[in-house]
Design a binder for this molecule. Structure first.
Ligand SMILES: CC(C)(COP(=O)(O)OP(=O)(O)OC[C@H]1O[C@@H](n2cnc3c(N)ncnc32)[C@H](O)[C@@H]1OP(=O)(O)O)[C@@H](O)C(=O)NCCC(=O)NCCS
Length: 151
């Protein structure tokens, strides 16, 4: 059975491993970065220390098979209600099409509602058509154009 929980420090190496399955473009900044295990640990601690960040993992039979992060942004527009951002959704290749991605997304959508957000949004590379099908299946609408600058 797959369950979802907040990540702990011991999960960090596995989460980093999963992020390799996410990569389709590598920015210049990433090309020159060479993070150590200690760097990853420090950044994880920063994430944990910020109540606006929630890093989740999906676990199945003691193994982490997926992950996603939710970021809640304080906001003065929209009657001073926060909005939420979803990033870094990945399910390991051997565990796909079993509903884990959907479970992770439904979890962060519920959390954003609980936190009083007026919307939840995400940005996804145009090439990720399979992921887009998943996003639509849990209620995301393609109602905006995303713009990015990669550094
Ligand atoms: C996108 C991703 C997270 C989906 O995870 P998953 O656990 O396989 O997704 P689910 O099993 O919950 O799929 C739910 C629905 O999404 C759609 N979907 C997901 N993967 C699909 C695929 N490969 N082909 C067609 N539809 C797909 C289907 O509608 C599916 O429902 P169904 O299986 O009942 O038909 C996973 O494929 C992944 O990690 N891909 C690489 C990283 C990535 O693209 N992340 C998103 C970055 S924006």
């Amino acid at each position: 059975m797959t369950t979802i929980r907040l990540a702990t420090e011991k999960d960090v190496p596995r989460i980093v491993e999963l992020y390799h399955e996410l990569t389709i473009a590598v920015s210049h900044v990433e090309q020159v970065a060479n993070p150590s295990a200690e760097d990853y640990r420090r950044v994880f601690q920063e994430i944990c220390a910020d109540p606006r960040h929630e890093l989740f993992v999906a676990e199945d039979g003691g193994r982490i098979v997926g992950t996603v992060i939710l970021i809640v942004v304080p906001n003065l527009s929209h009657s001073a209600t926060p909005w939420a951002l979803v990033e870094n959704l990945v399910v390991t290749s051997g565990h796909r099409r079993r509903g884990t991605g959907k479970m992770l997304l439904e979890h962060v959508i519920a959390r954003a509602r609980e936190k009083g957000c007026h919307r939840i949004e995400l940005c996804s590379d145009k090439r990720r058509e399979k992921a887009h099908r998943l996003y639509r299946s849990v209620g995301f609408e393609q109602s905006a154009h995303g713009f990015r600058i990669w550094f």
